[in-house]
Design a protein around this ligand. Structure first.
Ligand code: IMP
Ligand code: MG
Length: 183
């Protein structure tokens, strides 16, 4: 019996990254970003909704001043695979011009969402723009794009929890787990 078996959600095949590993890695990312942006006040731009838990933990591990804003996109239409069509659902409140933007994402898959956002935001002349993603599925890329900050590289499996959903469920799981097929 593993230590997760008691609380494992019935739709989860297995835990891929447990809560302790997530916390430890997010703290490392926070320290790295704090070093890289010392003396600057970046805007952490959370991509709704999947990034919210990651963003919350990341914020607590930053030792520098920062701003927080959100951007909302939709690219999946509820399915497991990207439709390739990205729609902007919510724009950030602040002007991006002259700012240091850090896009905070839950997972990079095809890369289409972040490619679209980079294009859109670069046109607003920020001083700099980088990507910080909790998870990266590099084998799934349809467009060449890399994140400066990556929490974990994972295999091509559909994962849920720690903010990641399937049809809006499972975001509250405290771990990242592989979803059972056929769900
Ligand atoms: P991309 O545009 O294909 O890179 O997709 C990125 C978005 O797809 C993420 O922000 C997630 O919302 C969603 N996504 C991709 N893979 C997964 C997964 O394994 N679980 C849950 N959501 C995923
Ligand atoms: Mg998302």
């Amino acid at each position: 019996m593993t230590k997760h078996s008691v609380s494992l959600h019935p739709d989860v095949e297995k835990v891929l990254i447990d809560s302790a590993a997530l916390q430890a890695r997010v703290r490392e990312l926070g320290a790295e970003i704090s070093r890289d942006y010392e003396g600057r006040v970046p805007i952490l731009l959370g991509i709704l909704k999947g990034s919210v838990i990651f963003l919350g933990d990341l914020l607590k591990s930053l030792s520098i001043d920062c701003w927080v804003d959100f951007i909302g996109v939709s690219s999946y239409g509820g399915g497991r695979h990207s439709t390739g069509e990205v729609r902007l659902l919510l724009d950030l409140r602040e002007s991006a011009a002259g700012k240091d933007l850090i896009l905070v994402e839950d997972i990079m898959d095809s890369g289409l969402t972040l490619h679209y956002l980079l294009d859109t935001l670069k046109a607003r002349n920020p001083r700099s723009i980088e990507i910080c993603t909790l998870l990266d599925k590099p084998k799934c890329r349809k467009i060449p794009i890399e994140a400066k900050y990556v929490g974990f590289k994972i295999p091509n499996e559909f994962v849920i929890g720690y903010g990641l959903d399937h049809q809006e469920r499972y975001r509250n799981l405290p771990y990242v787990g592989v979803m059972k097929s056929g769900k």
